[in-house]
Write a protein that binds this ligand. Structure first.
Ligand code: FAD
Length: 280
């Protein structure tokens, strides 16, 4: 195994769907849920988009009874950059399989050049499916409005800060401002959207969610926390002990470099982890 693969193992459950399912079973034993993601993005030919689509369907069928059939997909790997119709057809076929097996599909949000199109495809899909959810990124200037619309439409939203480097005319750059925007969006979702997912490792935002829901009588069963595989494991368990639902994003597959790079860019501690292993 190449050494980088060893380092990525902290963040990636393995190369095969069976590895991810095993990780999901280990989580379930601790009362933690999972969403599975076969890594891959930015596909530029229809054949590769078909393979990614088939892989998502296989994954949904492979997840055994007992584990929630919950997957996250990236539209750019389903043909979004080739044509909207192709992408819509591919994602619809995944949602059909999800419906068949009682599953749920979350559309991850990617760089801001895809946001508008991703939301349009999502709204199109919502006319026919209720087993699909979206991700909104608190850092983007447009997100406050998108959150209000999601509440009006009754959409299921995962709220995160946003992992992609965006210019100042598109997104907030200052962490304190991003946190304020996150809190405002989270409050709207917690007040009015079905089962919002608060996706962050940031203790200030986790604490704010707990305080807000307690103050407003919102029961823990109405929302969930989400975190990434390999990050803040002890906090997953303590939240579960405190009575909260926690879902871990479990990525797997061989195309892990862009995902791995985003995790390194986010946090110095992740880089230190890699360096420590490199020199061990
Ligand atoms: C389940 C999930 C799904 C996501 N999906 C998407 C998506 O579809 N699109 C997208 O753009 N982004 C997505 N993201 C990534 C997200 O946008 C952020 O880039 C990422 O979560 C980092 O921001 P953060 O709020 O978690 O904390 P950061 O901003 O990285 O960290 C802030 C603070 O959190 C605490 N903290 C963070 N990590 C640790 C740690 N390992 N140990 C101890 N304390 C820590 C520290 O207090 C730190 O100062 C997702 C994130 C999650 C959790």
């Amino acid at each position: 195994m190449n050494p980088l693969t060893l380092f990525a193992r902290r963040f990636v459950a393995g190369e095969r769907p069976q590895d991810a399912v095993r990780a999901g079973q280990r989580l379930l034993a601790k009362g933690i849920k999972a969403t599975f993601d076969k890594l891959g993005e930015d596909v530029n030919d229809a054949e590769a988009a078909r393979r990614a689509t088939d892989a998502a369907k296989e994954l949904l069928r492979l997840i055994p009874a007992g584990l929630e059939r919950n997957v996250s997909i990236k539209m750019s790997s389903m043909g979004q950059r080739i044509s909207r119709d192709l992408c819509l057809a591919n994602v619809s076929s995944i949602l059909d399989v999800a419906k068949e097996v009682g599953g749920f599909v979350r559309l991850d949000m990617e760089g801001s050049n895809l946001t508008r199109d991703t939301l349009q495809v999502f709204h199109e899909l919502r006319k026919r499916y209720d087993n699909v959810g979206i991700v909104l990124q608190a850092a983007l200037h447009r997100t406050a409005e998108d959150v209000k619309e999601a509440v009006r439409r009754g959409d299921r939203v995962r709220l995160c800060k946003g992992a992609y480097k965006e210019p100042p005319d598109v997104a907030l750059q200052d962490m304190a401002k991003i946190r304020e925007a996150f809190k405002a969006c989270a409050h709207l979702l917690l007040d009015g959207a079905p089962r919002p997912a608060i996706a962050t490792h940031d203790e200030e935002l986790i604490g704010d969610t707990i305080a807000y829901t307690k103050a407003h009588g919102i029961p823990a069963s109405r929302f969930e926390f989400q975190m990434l595989y390999g990050l803040r494991k002890r906090r997953w368990e303590s939240l579960v002990r405190e009575g909260y639902d926690v879902r871990i994003y479990v990525p797997f597959g061989t195309h892990w470099i862009p995902y791995f790079y985003r995790r390194l860019r986010e946090r110095r501690e992740n880089i230190l982890f890699v360096l420590r292993n490199l020199f061990r």
